[in-house]
Design a protein around this ligand. Structure first.
Ligand code: ATP
Ligand code: MG
Length: 137
């Protein structure tokens, strides 16, 4: 079965939305197989989002991701990567389908409540960024 990396972002943890967001993952058939709450430094956020380093919103994104704790999780299930992105909804909440996490909870295109890996290769890298082998069963 497939695994993907999910992050419940600062705007969501701040508003106590972690449980409601996890319920949406579980209702979609995704299983939480690893989970922890961490507070990233701006440098760690920058390393995680290095692929976006040239984008105009990079500085803002790194600052936001380090502004409060996040909950990082590994989700497992059939087609977990695409299923998770479906449940998340479009990056911009204005474009997100009804019932998706971003439609219901996101504040803006930047403060959009969740992150999810976008492909098998990035999922593997992102899981290894946050979790050691010992933490993954
Ligand atoms: P994520 O990678 O977080 O799952 P995504 O794949 O839907 O989201 P990306 O294009 O990879 O979106 O952008 C990464 C993140 O950068 C977005 O989730 C959002 O927080 C932020 N971001 C993207 N576009 C903008 C923008 N125009 N202005 C501000 N922040 C943005
Ligand atoms: Mg992305």
């Amino acid at each position: 079965v497939e695994r993907t990396l999910s992050i419940i972002k600062p705007d969501a943890t701040e508003r106590n939305l972690t449980g409601k967001i996890v319920a949406k993952f579980e209702d979609a058939g995704l299983r939480v197989v690893a989970s922890k709450r961490i507070h990233l430094t701006p440098a760690q956020a920058g390393q995680f989002y290095a692929v976006h380093a040239e984008r105009p919103f990079y500085g803002e994104l790194c600052e936001f991701m380090a502004s409060a704790p996040v909950v990082v999780q590994v989700l497992e299930g059939e087609g977990a990567i695409s299923k998770n992105r479906e449940v998340m909804g479009a990056t911009n909440p204005a474009d997100a389908a009804e019932g998706t996490i971003r439609a219901e909870f996101a504040k803006s295109v930047g403060e959009n409540s969740v992150h999810g890996s976008d492909a098998p290769e990035t999922a593997k890298e992102e899981i290894a960024f946050f979790f050691s082998g010992l933490e993954l069963v």
